[in-house]
Design a protein around this ligand. Structure first.
Ligand SMILES: [Fe+2]
Length: 166
């Protein structure tokens, strides 16, 4: 006769594993989304963005950026890694190649590791790029490294929903 008593392992598996729904696939047509302006103090010079996806469980988000000539992102540290595809123009990362960093030009792919510090990321000509970020960005004061803000998928989504009136 089967006993109703459960072993410690059975109890543990009941509390450790949970059924979860599969994540649905998504598609968005980028041209169907209106550009929004990336706010200061994060971006300067009219950088616009489209938030394409957020992944709460992974702590990731994906966006497409349009960066006019002379625009730039403020200093930040990537707490997690990121991958980008520069689809148009030129982007000076980590000071650009003249300062030991990278000058990316289209069509260009780049990977930035966890803890990558990006002081001013500058766009000398009209540029566009796609990027997936894993983990938050730690925005810092370029002079003394003090924290300006930390933005993860939730903060970015909040900004996007506010900007788009959703
Ligand atoms: Fe960056």
């Amino acid at each position: 006769m089967a006993t109703a008593t459960k072993s410690a392992a059975e109890k543990s598996s009941e509390t450790t594993y949970r059924n979860k729904d599969a994540v649905n696939g998504e598609f968005v047509h980028v041209d169907a989304i209106d550009w929004q302006t990336m706010p200061e103090p994060f971006a300067h010079g009219g950088i616009c963005w489209k938030l394409l996806h957020v992944s709460p469980e992974l702590g990731a988000w994906t966006a497409y950026y349009k960066c006019p000539a002379g625009s730039y992102f403020s200093a930040h540290i990537h707490i997690g890694p990121g991958e980008y595809l520069l689809t148009k123009g030129k982007m000076e990362v980590r000071g650009g190649s003249a300062k030991g960093g990278e000058t990316a030009y289209a069509l260009g792919y780049g990977f930035e590791p966890s803890s990558a510090r990006h002081d001013k990321t500058y766009f000398p000509i009209d540029s566009e790029f796609y990027m997936t970020f894993v983990g938050p960005l730690h925005w810092i004061n370029e002079e003394d490294g003090s924290t300006v803000a930390i933005t993860g998928w939730k903060e970015l989504q909040d900004v996007w929903l506010q900007q788009t009136g959703q």
